[in-house]
Design a protein around this ligand. Sequence first.
Ligand code: PRP
Ligand code: URA
Length: 214
Amino acid sequence: MPTPGAPTLKVVSHPLVQHKLTLLRDKDTHSGDFRRLCREITLLAAYEALADLPLVDTTVETPLTTTAASRLAGPAPAVIGILRAGLVMVDAVLELLPQSPVGHLGMYRDPVTHLPVDYYAKLPDEMARREVLVVDPMLATGGSAAHAIDVVKAAGSTNIRLLSIIGCPEGAAVVHAAHPDVAITVAGMDERLNDHKYIVPGLGDAGDRIYGTR
Ligand code: PRP
Ligand code: URA
């Protein structure tokens, strides 16, 4: 039973997610399969990350009758992708939320300081009224995710979730310390960071593996 008010961290334990994660980690998985696996894992994990989206009552006319029903409350949730690697997750989430507007936050980790460096930001309108899902495959030091959430909050958002494919304790702690109100969902929670701030065992550099760069 979660402690009320405590930061939330969900690790998706579904066997399909764990199986696909193993294939994703494999160093011999090439870009095409890597992108497909990211998409499939995102679909399954987003189902968990979005499990508490608020609903409102409505009615629907079926071919037979009119019946009480539910629909998502408010304007469509915003999906915010952290570039580059988050793009592959955005496309997957849009299959579940086709009406959602998309925001892009461009940042890369400085190779020496490992701190995020901004190069682009474009967010949808009405951020204060929308539920928000920030997506990035890797939650390593947590610097990129925490900074992205800063930007989203500065646009007025208050209901924010973070979805990553692989996290580690250090990254989750950094995000929770900066943003205790943000629920984190990961498909896998790994052991630690190495000296270069890569997740171990991890999967290497997500952006490079998605886009076939080095
Ligand atoms: C990766 C990843 C995250 C970030 C995570 O991006 O996609 O955005 O690193 O690391 P952190 O938790 O330590 O901040 P990268 O900086 O490699 O950029 P890319 O997606 O453009 O390759
Ligand atoms: N970014 C990645 O792509 N992988 C890591 O392990 C850490 C940061």
